[in-house]
Design a protein around this ligand. Structure first.
Ligand code: G3P
Ligand code: CA
Length: 361
């Protein structure tokens, strides 16, 4: 072999080996580490930059939260309003609803793309912006923008091509009930985009997740069959009473999440979902747990009896509960003591490192 070809071959094999190692390390982990809103502990949540960073950390799945614009585009954003993560209040004063929030559904994609995106903040009693996680990326520095779901899929598929990977999408339709109240079917729009980009079956690297149990039943009973799709689905569970509303007796009423943690209903859950995503606090006996001695309950075991995977949310090293001495103790409690199959985390590098270390023990 000529010298130049030997060098080219060495470069090729090094690159392939590096890519192979990165993928192999991720794919062979027994626990699924999901990059929650990307590597959102390091870069503003849901930006393409945070997705690229999480991709490079070796995650198997990147999370997308979706909302719809006034002109029916799907955008990647956690809240269905824009004011926690953009300068919308500066650029469009007077466009808030009565509750003071600037709803994504009231703005066109062009208007939303004109906004500057930032690390999240809240307003204090004087109306001053206070960063939600003070140790994270500095608020309103550099330049970030909101992108569409299609742009994110093309970004991930593009990286899969250049990096030789098969990183998947963990897609959440945010507040389908609120979109319905505003005349929009976010789940149908989401499935149509997924189908357009080739994600149609349970073998596709996609989890379709939602907090809206009535909407998941609609997705499984009507939408997916009509579109010839059968994706993996996950029902999210919370103790927050205002997360989901359902239309009952002609009135929008709070959905009662007790239904989703009552083992009597788990057989029905398993008819509609491949997995469950509970708030991790629901797996812990919080009264008796203390650092060095976290006690878990049997919830994961009970979901497992019905063949449901369990992917709790969200582990953050900068928002630890009082009973966890550090983030590793929390990963351990959720993934190994409670026995969850995976976890959402804002710090995917730490999650991957913890699981790899555990598996080598
Ligand atoms: O989807 C899993 C987790 O992200 C749920 O919480 O509020 O961050 O979407 P949230
Ligand atoms: Ca989510």
């Amino acid at each position: 072999m000529r010298a130049v070809n030997r060098i080219a071959a060495a470069v090729f094999f090094c690159a392939a080996a590096l890519q192979g190692v990165a993928m192999a390390e991720t794919e062979h982990l027994d626990k699924l580490i999901v990059a929650h809103r990307g590597a959102s502990g390091y870069l503003p949540e849901h930006t393409l930059e945070s997705k690229a960073l999480a991709y490079a950390m070796g995650v198997p799945y990147l999370e997308q939260d979706l909302a719809m614009t006034k002109d029916d585009h799907l955008i990647v954003i956690h809240d269905h309003y824009l004011d926690r993560v953009t300068d919308v209040a500066d650029k469009f004063p007077g466009r808030a609803r009565e509750d003071g929030r600037y709803y994504a559904i009231d703005f066109t994609l062009a208007e939303i793309k004109s906004l500057n995106f930032t690390e999240g903040f809240n307003l204090d009693e004087n109306g001053q912006r206070v960063q939600g996680y003070p140790g994270r990326f500095p608020m309103f520095t550099s330049t970030f923008k909101i992108h569409t779901f299609e742009e994110e899929i093309e970004f991930i598929q593009g990286m899969n091509k250049t990096m030789g990977g098969n990183v998947g999408l963990y897609v959440e339709t945010k507040a389908p009930w609120l979109h319905k109240q505003n005349g929009k079917d976010i789940s149908k729009a989401t499935l149509e985009v997924l189908k357009k980009y080739g994600y149609t079956s349970k073998d596709s690297p996609v989890y379709f997740q939602t907090f809206d149990w009535p909407d998941l039943k609609y997705v499984k009973d009507e939408l997916m069959p009509a579109l010839g799709m059968d994706l993996k689905t996950v029902i999210l569970v919370t103790s927050s009473p205002d997360e989901t509303y359902e239309l009952k007796d002609g009135k929008w009423q709070r959905f009662d999440y007790h239904y989703l943690i009552d083992p009597q209903n788990f057989a029905e859950l398993a008819r509609y979902a491949d997995g469950v995503g509970p708030d991790y606090h629901m797996l812990i006996d919080e009264e008796s747990s203390k650092p060095g001695d976290i006690k878990v309950n049997k919830l994961v075991e009970q979901y497992h009896k019905h063949g449901l995977q369990v992917h709790p949310y969200t582990i953050r090293k900068d928002q630890l509960p009082p009973y966890a001495a550090d983030v590793n103790e929390l990963y351990d409690a959720v993934l190994y003591k409670a026995g969850a199959d995976g976890v959402f985390t804002d710090f995917p590098d730490l999650g991957i490192a913890f699981v790899k270390n555990k598996e080598q023990q």
